[in-house]
Design a binder for this molecule. Sequence first.
Ligand code: BGC
Length: 416
Amino acid sequence: MKTKTAIAIALSVMAGTASADGHSSVEVLHWWTSGGEAAALNVLKEDLNGQGVGWTDMPVAGGGGSDAMTVLRARVTAGDPPTAVQMLGFAIRDWAGEGALADLNDLAAEQNWDEVVPAALQGYSKFDGQWVAAPVNVHSTNWVWANSAILAQLGLEQPADWDGFVAAMQAAQDAGYIGLAHGGQAWQDATVFDSMVMGVGGPEFYQAAFIDLDPEALGSAQMVQAFQRMETLRGFVDDNFSGRDWNLASAMVANGEALFQIMGDWAKGEFINAGQTAGEEFQCFRVPGTEGTVTFNSDQFAMFKVTDETARGAQMTMASSVMSPEFQVAFNTVKGSVPARTDISDAAFDACGQLGMAQLAEAAASGGLFGSMAHGHANNPSVQNAMYDVITAHFNGEFDAETAAAELVTAVELAQ
Ligand code: BGC
């Protein structure tokens, strides 16, 4: 993984003795705090360590990164931004628009990022034609994680459609298991909602509601149905779901308490971290109704502008590492995601990773690839947060499905 390019080498030489005596380092703001996430982060830390770049950790837990982005704003306002920040989709554009991000163009040109990074990701990594972030992976949210032993015990196959999915959760509940492991946090509710919207209305509806923010779609009968599916799911969640972290919900599937979890493929990192294997103890399949589509998000590292050359050298070394093919394999096989480059073999990936890579390519080719609303790839952070509020209020029983759809129309209008 020490594939340094000329620019990265030159920049770390500029960092010079500073790297040897530990002054060359990156301060990284991120939300990778679960066991599986920490294991993946370690791959990056060790890679940089091997190149003489130190690491100052700035973790802020919370999927989707809302809390991390609040902390980031405070740090920037105080005039003390971290050097490197995990960021998603529209947030990258916002910070680039403020002129806060370092230009990665020379490195990108030298390493040919234009050729190897899929167009869907470049839409977020570049601003005004300039590279401002290095994509480390592609995750997607429309996955179900299933406990193989419970499926086998109940004589169930992977469900082929929504009715089959509901019937499987019912069978699990009847047998004394939890049908759906879930953590009641707004971003987790929203993650599930990505798939309800896609599953009910398909790509055109997803586009109209989440990307075009068309009030008719937001308030439509299909949106009501998507909320009704959330109510169905709510009936299979245990009583202690409120506030539970997503990785604890993954653990409930891993340890045989619950049959399914609907979650992005960072959940796979938890199963792997628990010593389990895809296709053996656990299985993955697309949320019934969303087959053929992929609702994706890509973790990217944005580098905040620095004047100090040593710090800039460390940033470029980090960006270069993140984009190296070897690193993308080493990191993503642990993280649960798939590479952010199109030129990487799937040989080192497990069954779910290979499926994910194939489905991503198919969805990209067939027009079925859409940015995840829940993870900042469909609309800007203020609209996203407005949607979170309605989705989570409905999931917690504040509104019925009709009211929720009407509230969504109003909330989105106010947030724009
Ligand atoms: C990030 C993932 C992360 C997940 C849960 C998502 O927003 O893209 O990398 O594992 O949140 O923390």
